[in-house]
Design a protein around this ligand. Sequence first.
Ligand SMILES: O=C(O)CCC(=O)C(=O)O
Length: 312
Amino acid sequence: MALSQQQVEQYHEDGFLMVEDLFTPSELQPVMDEISGLVDDLADRLYKAGKIADKHADQDFYHRLTALEKEFKGAAVLIHTNGWLGPELARLWSAPRLLDIIEQFIGPDIAGHPVWNIRSKTPDTKLMTVPWHQDTAYLAPGAERTLQPTAWIPFIDANAVNGGLEVLRGGHRSGKVARHRLENTAGSPGSWYLYVEDNELPQGEPVGCDMRMGSVLFLNQLIPHRSRENRSDKIRWSVDLRYQDPKLPSGDQGGSGVIVMRKAADPSFRVDWDRWAAEQRVAYERQRGLNTADPFSTQVSGMWMDRWRELA
Ligand SMILES: O=C(O)CCC(=O)C(=O)O
């Protein structure tokens, strides 16, 4: 699907663009099934380790992890930090429909960025509520000059009640990275998020990004955004997938490097997922400082914290 010139300009001007109904819900179903598999696997592991008394197998995609979270606080974090890239999510990430749009933003050479996430946003879970930030603050300084569009894709209609995103329109335009602070030194122990104080946020009109499932929100790496609280009774599942021109700095610190998805010079190019996925699994754990000795640890400590700690 090609964007209109006006949509491309709007993306660059506003720092975000919502493309409605890019996918049908049934096209997203295989990814949801894959995520359900991750939850099933976690339930098994928690049960076998004696951490929960019930695997809650009768609950659906929008409720099961909440039931697990009630029995084992941190279950949602463990899904978020799982780091296994399944074939269906890989297929979505490199879907021609997404790459065609990304090409209109950054040109015909496209790579996936190693920072990607499955967001297991269970209701009323502080650690799943992401405060105001610019994505580039999680990367090495200098990467803010690389255009790195994010595709944010919810697996439910997302809105102000269930924790849809909010952005500051035009807040990317100065090209500057605002001062970020560590949430875990500001009264949220256990948090790995960075945040910007309200009075230090770049200027921009707050826009709530309510969207139907199947729609995709494209963000600029410098646009300030946050997710709101999930006050509904359903999990607000989503994924965020990033892209850039492979020749430009990625700001990736300790990760697996970018994965080339499209090459202008080679129209028959095929993504080498197998090689990259094996490397990225190890790199993912290293990049997020995950405690591999304890499979149920919910601690995350990435290099982005070092970037901002001394300023805290
Ligand atoms: O999905 C969310 O709740 C937050 C997403 C986000 O902040 C991001 O993708 O950078």
